[in-house]
Design a protein around this ligand. Structure first.
Ligand code: ADP
Ligand code: MG
Length: 493
């Protein structure tokens, strides 16, 4: 499955392979919390989105939010995973200042989603398939704030009770690059599905990074778990430094202990936080306040039909049906919004997809992306609509605009918001293919440059570009380049 040279850590005693499994916590996109009606918007005033259930007032009872169940099932289906039509919530008991219940409601024994898989590709183009162990639903905890007061800590319960999907990978990851690619692919998939916004800097997606090392062919070593790493780069870094630390430790005569560690982005190191608890330490038991979660095949079918075309399928279709290069297909499918914009553009041209797609793809990824970058805008805020872009592409395809003229018209579109057809009409920017006008310009240039004509005829072929440039200049950039080339060749022969 993963046929490639393994990534290794070089040690004094030889090469060490690494084994990595990731537990990704993804906040479910939903208006309200997993078991209460409180809002979930990011960045609200502290403790302004807390219901009596989230604050764990005595006698309050949780009520399951159906939307969160739906999002977990949709995510499972997108990962080709087993969907469990019967699942159950358990209490995981532990004390935490920002967890007023004294337990977290989670799903240890009967998760809602079982085994699946995610195909990944690293930046170096290495392909692998990473197994998914399970996805379960659970509550998030609140947040303790330690840096606002010299002697006291604050607690913000806004996040308390928000729904998380814990997406647990199998220990199939074998390098920092694969770990990064896995998280990036998962984030892309969640954003396509719409079950998590993937905003890692807001904490909507964070990973517990499990790492162990071994000699080739040896059984798995003891793992450590580095908690709550919140960017792709930090995840890759955490894998790398933790593997290095373990190798040095073992080679120095020590042993790796199963423990929970913290990653410090400032120093790029991990440090011990606490020894790792086992499941039995948490005294898990079925939550008596909640019924098991049950749904039927019709619900699953409905979730399935609500899924959009997913990135892998879309990318393959862009290559096979639209004739795009693998690079263009990857760039255009990276984000769902970009792909949607591109598809609207292609449809708006009214031309057969396969005929216009490559031109459209090149235009979007170079001209449009360039302009958006310059303007600091997202594609959803593009000042040029897909319909206007389509008109521009059509004008170019039918020969009214040359490449350089199309660029000129595009700049005017960005500035004025006018449609390209109107710009061409109002400013006379049509490409000239009329041989009469072009021949006249060529004749004048040949007459004025007798010395260069002689040199060209004597074999200095590089001068051809000079004549093309002069002709285009004389025609104010509007001459059809193909016609100019052809007529110049004839005139200079
Ligand atoms: P826990 O909640 O105790 O961390 P989970 O089953 O939720 O347990 O997650 C365990 C994670 O650790 C999984 O992602 C799994 O792939 C990974 N893992 C298990 N064994 C190893 C190992 N020897 N080396 C690295 N990762 C491992
Ligand atoms: Mg864990």
């Amino acid at each position: 499955m993963n046929a490639h040279t393994p990534w290794t850590v070089k040690g004094a005693t030889g090469d060490w392979e690494i084994v990595v499994g990731l537990e990704v916590h993804a906040q479910v996109t939903a208006q309200s919390k997993l078991f209460s009606g409180a809002a979930t918007a990011f960045g609200a005033e502290p403790n302004s989105q807390v219901s009596l259930v989230d604050a764990a007032m005595p006698g309050m009872l949780p009520v399951l939010n159906g939307e969160c169940v739906r999002q977990a099932v949709r995510t499972g289906l997108a990962l080709g995973a087993e969907i469990h039509k019967w699942s159950r919530f358990d209490r995981k008991n532990y004390f935490y200042a920002d967890l007023p219940q004294g337990y977290q409601i989670s799903q240890l024994y009967h998760p809602i989603v079982g085994e699946g898989a995610l195909a990944i590709e690293t930046e170096e183009g290495e392909h692998a398939v990473i197994g998914i162990e399970r996805i379960h639903l659970e509550q998030d905890a609140g947040k303790s704030v330690h840096d606002l007061h010299p002697t006291m800590s604050y607690v913000d319960l806004n996040r308390s009770g928000c729904a998380l999907m814990e997406i647990v990978s199998k220990p199939d990851i074998r390098s920092p690059a694969q770990a990064g690619a896995y998280v990036a692919a998962l984030r892309q998939l969640l954003r396509y599905v719409g079950s998590c916004d993937g905003n890692m800097d807001e904490g909507s997606m964070r990973a517990d990074v499990n790492v162990s090392v071994r000699k080739a062919g040896a059984p798995f070593g003891t793992r450590t778990e580095t908690k709550n790493v919140n960017s792709v780069r930090f995840i890759m870094q955490a894998v790398e430094v933790e593997a290095r630390r373990q190798v040095d430790l073992i080679e120095g005569g020590g042993i790796v202990v199963q423990e929970t560690r913290l990653f410090d982005p400032g120093t790029g190191t991990t440090r011990s936080m606490r020894s790792k608890e086992d499941a039995h330490d948490y005294r898990y038991f079925p939550d008596p306040d909640l019924l098991p979660v049950e749904f039927d095949d019709a619900f699953v079918a409905d979730c399935l039909s609500s899924l959009p075309e997913l990135p892998v399928a879309k990318r393959a279709r862009y290559e096979s049906a639209l004739g795009l290069t693998p690079y263009l297909a990857a760039v255009l499918t990276a984000e769902k919004d970009t792909a949607a914009w591109f598809e609207t553009l292609v449809a708006a041209t009214g031309k057969p997809e396969a005929e216009i797609a490559l031109r459209a793809a090149n235009w979007v990824t170079s001209d449009l992306f360039g302009a958006l970058k310059r303007l600091g805008k997202d594609i959803s805020e593009s000042p040029v609509s897909p319909a206007a872009g389509a008109e521009l592409l059509a004008l170019q395809a039918e020969g009214t605009l040359s490449g350089p003229l199309a660029k000129q018209v595009f700049e005017i579109m960005l500035e004025t918001g006018e449609m390209p057809g109107a710009i061409v009409e109002a400013r006379g920017l049509k490409q000239v293919s009329d041989t009469g006008a072009i021949d006249a310009a060529i004749a004048a240039i040949i007459a004025a440059n007798a010395d260069k004509v002689a040199q060209y005829k004597a074999g200095k072929e590089a001068l051809f570009g000079f004549f093309v440039g002069q002709t285009m200049k004389a025609m104010a950039g509007k001459a059809n380049p193909a016609v100019v080339n052809e007529r110049l060749k004839a005139a200079l022969a």
